[in-house]
Design a protein around this ligand. Structure first.
Ligand SMILES: *Cc1c(COP(=O)(O)O)cnc(C)c1O
Length: 381
């Protein structure tokens, strides 16, 4: 462990995202041993094995290996809509929050973002979205509902299965398809104890990311009907996602599915530990979205700082946090972060909190450098 200039020990714990997990030596062995062929000709046995494994995992007839979670989302949206269609979804879901530009480019659809309680989009929300506009011939028609499970913005909240079934039944009754962005779907399964097939059954298509808490370096899967996957395969090709010796990557994903699901529970425990430390009565100005799985979101606006300034200060303490919008800071527990590292991160956050609370607004400049630009501001410069 190194030391900072003032002699305090340097901590080094990066909680920005669970995409920071790295392949373990055992996973690297599985990658090295992968049998490969040209997947573009349907001849990579490891890719085939992964697709069959995932189809069975989700109880769907077919599955398709893709490069990233974003690519899975883009393919699913393109495969399930026509240009000019409308998608009903939660404002904070990844597809709206991070992918609105590419969705407009690739699928030519419009979003109808809703603000449901805790991101749990109900049949009532979908009904309101449908009836809130003119829907006769010539007007925009909703043809797809997108959901997220876990719901990343709300502490990695598990989408309740009863609501999922009800929303999907309602949508299907209106001829609307249902896609679940399941980047962290196995976190939901580990948390609720339910089989992935339960969450997949009400949907037309579902995705999963291998490169988050599961710890693979690459990849995502889409599962659905044979017809959907056939169309998705075509869209993947249009996007340049037709891969060759992709068995190298599929082997890592298979290894993750066979060995790493259990470690998600440890991440959930660590997120709860961080939440307990941050909800200390000694830090009353901290407002926190409680984690349901591995994500802790906390609001620093009451400390008189921007999320960007708070995150920059945390980085100086050796703690990686992510600057979200709305004064929110995100911390994600992931492998191989330990409980001790979580404790160290919590005490660094406490130190920064105290530093902010000592500030006398009328007389002195704020102790943290407020000129730090958030990533949103940087993007605009
Ligand atoms: C991370 C994430 C994605 C995108 O995955 P990438 O592999 O980074 O493209 C999509 N949806 C959700 C909910 C995510 O958390």
């Amino acid at each position: 462990m190194g030391r900072q200039l003032d002699g305090t020990p340097m901590i080094d714990v990066d909680l920005r995202s669970d995409t920071l997990t790295k392949p373990t030596p055992e996973m690297r062995d599985a990658i090295a041993a992968a049998v490969v062929g040209d997947a573009a000709y349907g001849e990579d046995p490891t890719v085939q094995e992964l697709e069959e494994y995932c189809a069975a995992l989700f109880g769907k007839p077919a599955a398709l290996f893709t490069a990233t979670g974003t690519m899975s989302n883009q393919i699913a949206v393109r495969a399930l809509t026509s240009p000019g269609d409308e998608i009903v979804l939660d404002y904070f879901h990844h597809i709206n929050y991070f992918e609105s530009r590419q969705t407009a480019l690739h699928a030519g659809v419009v979003f109808h973002p809703c603000f449901p309680h805790n991101g749990v989009l109900s049949s009532h929300d979908v009904a309101q979205a449908i009836h809130g506009k003119l829907r006769d011939t010539g007007y925009c028609r909703p043809t797809l509902v997108c959901l997220e499970n876990t719901i990343s913005f709300y502490g990695g909240k598990v989408f309740p299965l009863t609501v999922l079934k009800d929303t999907a039944d309602f949508a299907h009754g209106k001829g609307i398809s249902v896609y679940v962005d399941g980047a962290r779907l196995l976190n939901a399964c580990v948390r609720s104890g339910l089989d992935p097939r339960c969450y997949a059954a009400p949907t037309d298509a579902v995705s999963l990311c291998f490169a988050k808490g599961l710890g693979a370096p690459f990849g995502s899967i889409l599962a659905g009907s044979s017809e959907f996957v056939g169309r998705a395969r075509l869209v993947r090709k249009w996007l340049g996602g037709n891969m060759h010796q992709a068995g190298i990557m599929a082997a890592a994903a298979l290894f993750a599915l066979r060995n790493n699901i259990g470690q998600l529970d440890v991440d959930h425990e660590h997120a709860r530990l961080l939440y307990r430390r941050l909800s200390d009565p000694a830090m009353p100005a901290m407002s926190i979205i409680p984690p349901d799985t591995n994500i802790v979101m906390f609001d620093v606006s009451a400390l008189g700082v921007t999320a960007a300034a708070f995150v920059a200060e945390a980085a100086r303490h050796g703690v990686g946090l992510l600057d979200w919008t709305h004064g929110l800071v995100r911390a994600v527990a992931h492998h191989p972060i330990t409980a001790e590292q979580i404790e160290a991160a919590a005490s660094a956050i406490r130190t920064i909190y105290d530093q902010c609370m000592r500030w006398q607004p009328a007389c002195t400049p704020h102790p943290l450098d407020q000129r730090t630009l958030s990533w949103q501001e940087r993007a605009l410069h």
